[in-house]
Design a protein around this ligand. Structure first.
Ligand SMILES: Cc1ncc(COP(=O)(O)O)c(CN[C@@H]2CONC2=O)c1O
Length: 474
């Protein structure tokens, strides 16, 4: 009997190649342990509300009213909702063609795309065209769509930073392209090494790969570094020289925990550089409501903005977006609220600022607590989380531990993370899931556990790690 169409052996080989460690072996084991009644701290996913972060009030008030417009007709609505939330809800409902239950245009609601373009113009100081802003169900879908547009065959290469967020490796596998790694320099705080980047491109080309795009994640996931203006200038010059489209993943642009390298968008620097670069380099920038001080991961609100793409290409991307009909409309409204929050003088302004400031300041403190906790272990080295939501310490493992891992049929960092999980309930992601240099091991955790729990979590980690080292050290 020949295999059925959806038997494993008949499946699309690219589907089988996909790996996504953020919800891989460790996450599955943690879920099993949770079912057995063990308390698990899921720090594997940058999912703030799942770790106790409260949603911002104003956005939820507006979307609640949009979801239940009959409340707006209730004479007591003003007793429960502030006037600016009521007004904003009415505004967003007026943008839709029948409320949140109706499909929107496949690029998203025009009025919200305009709000985003206005935000980009305020942020960068250069005009932004709403026609070049497409809304998506999370930034993930936008990244996937653009990579799908770029990858023609297995000889098309995409430059990806390593360690990388596995959305990129998984999507490149799914669409049958070639991931061309460029290694970040851990010793120099995960900085770029342009010699290494050029080497990677040359090596790929020598194998017949056409390198077509370069991904930057700024601030970085899992590495947390923030790129300097000089870095981004050099990147844009490199893309211009090598004819690469730059994919700027800027989903963590609100998550910055140091003052030396504030977030500057790749788009701003592109226009600052002027012609020919500002006219020639093609750029797609991504953003989301899943991160920042919003953390609204489940709302699936993302967008990408296209710069220097020819109209015909934009039309092709629109055509493919039309196949999925419409990005989810509540997620679009969250995007509009994120880029156009309450202003000074609005009734909800003070509360909004207080809530968002509290989240960011706490994340900054937690970044320090976690980094210091890891660095207090003699075999652990951890760069400070300058931005994003993760800590990515290097764990120096003794030969006996590596031997034991081998015997267990596990990569050394997977072995270590499994032992950590079993001993402490802390669910992390092994560095191998993000890529790392040969013979060097990491784990990724988020800085998201509640601040008051963080010291106990780090103490529990240190206790486990020291006992692990006692057991396996020569
Ligand atoms: C760099 C980067 N880009 C895009 C996304 C996708 O965001 P959307 O929610 O908008 O699709 C993530 C999510 N971060 C994942 C999710 O949690 N932990 C992670 O590493 C990310 O880290």
């Amino acid at each position: 009997m020949s295999p059925k169409p959806l038997d494993y052996e008949s499946l699309n080989e690219n589907v089988k190649k996909v790996a996504y460690a953020v919800r891989g072996e460790l996450y599955l084991r943690a879920s099993e342990l949770q079912k057995e009644g063990k308390k698990i701290i899921f720090t594997n996913v940058g999912n703030p509300h799942a770790l106790g972060q409260k949603p911002l009030t104003f956005p939820r008030q507006v979307v609640a009213l949009c979801q239940a417009p009959f409340l707006l007709d209730d004479p007591n609505v003003g007793l429960l909702f502030p006037a600016d939330a009521i007004a904003r809800a009415k505004h967003y409902l007026s943008l839709t063609s029948g409320g949140l239950g109706a499909y929107s245009d496949s690029r998203g609601l025009t009025g919200i795309r305009k709000e985003i373009a206005d935000f980009i113009e305020r942020r960068d100081g250069y005009p932004s065209d709403p026609e070049l802003v497409f809304l998506t169900d999370g930034a993930s879908k936008g990244v996937m769509q653009i990579l799908n547009t770029i990858i023609r065959n297995e000889k098309d290469g995409i430059l990806v930073p390593v360690p990388q967020y596995p959305l990129y490796s998984a999507t490149i596998s799914l669409y049958g392209g070639c991931l061309v790694p460029y290694y970040l320099e851990e010793e120099a705080n995960w900085s770029l090494d342009f010699y290494n980047i050029r080497q990677s491109v040359a090596a790929a080309r020598s194998k017949g790969i056409t390198v077509r795009a370069m991904v930057i994640i700024n601030p970085g996931n899992p590495t947390g570094q923030c790129l300097s203006e000089a870095n981004i200038r050099e990147l844009l010059k490199f893309c211009f020289q090598e004819n690469l489209v730059l994919l700027a993943d800027e989903v963590y642009q609100q998550n910055v925990y140091q003052d030396e390298r504030p977030f500057i968008s790749a788009r701003k620097i592109l226009f600052d550089m002027g012609p020919p670069i500002s006219k020639e380099v093609q750029l797609v920038s991504f953003h989301t409501v899943s991160k920042g001080y919003w953390g609204e991961c489940g709302q699936r609100g993302g967008y990408f903005e296209m710069t220097n793409l020819p109209p015909q290409t934009v039309d092709e991307i629109y055509k493919v977006a039309s196949v999925s009909l419409s990005p989810n409309v509540p997620g679009q409204i969250f995007l509009g609220l994120m880029v156009n929050p309450p202003k000074p003088g609005d009734i909800s302004y003070a509360r909004f600022v207080a809530e968002s400031k509290a989240v960011l300041e706490s994340l900054r403190r937690r970044a320090h607590i976690m980094t210091d906790g890891f660095n207090s272990c003699r075999n652990v080295v951890c760069n400070f989380t300058e931005g994003a939501m993760y800590s990515f310490p290097q764990i120096c493992l003794p030969p006996k531990a590596i031997e034991a891992a081998k015997k267990a049929g596990k990569a050394p960092d997977v072995f270590y993370c499994l032992k950590l999980l079993e001993a402490t309930g802390i669910s992390t992601v092994p560095g191998s899931g993000f890529g790392q240099k040969e013979g060097v091991f990491h784990l990724r955790t988020t800085i998201l556990p509640a601040e008051e729990e963080m010291p106990a979590i780090m103490a529990s980690f240190k206790k486990f790690n020291d006992e692990f080292m006692e057991q396996y050290e020569d």
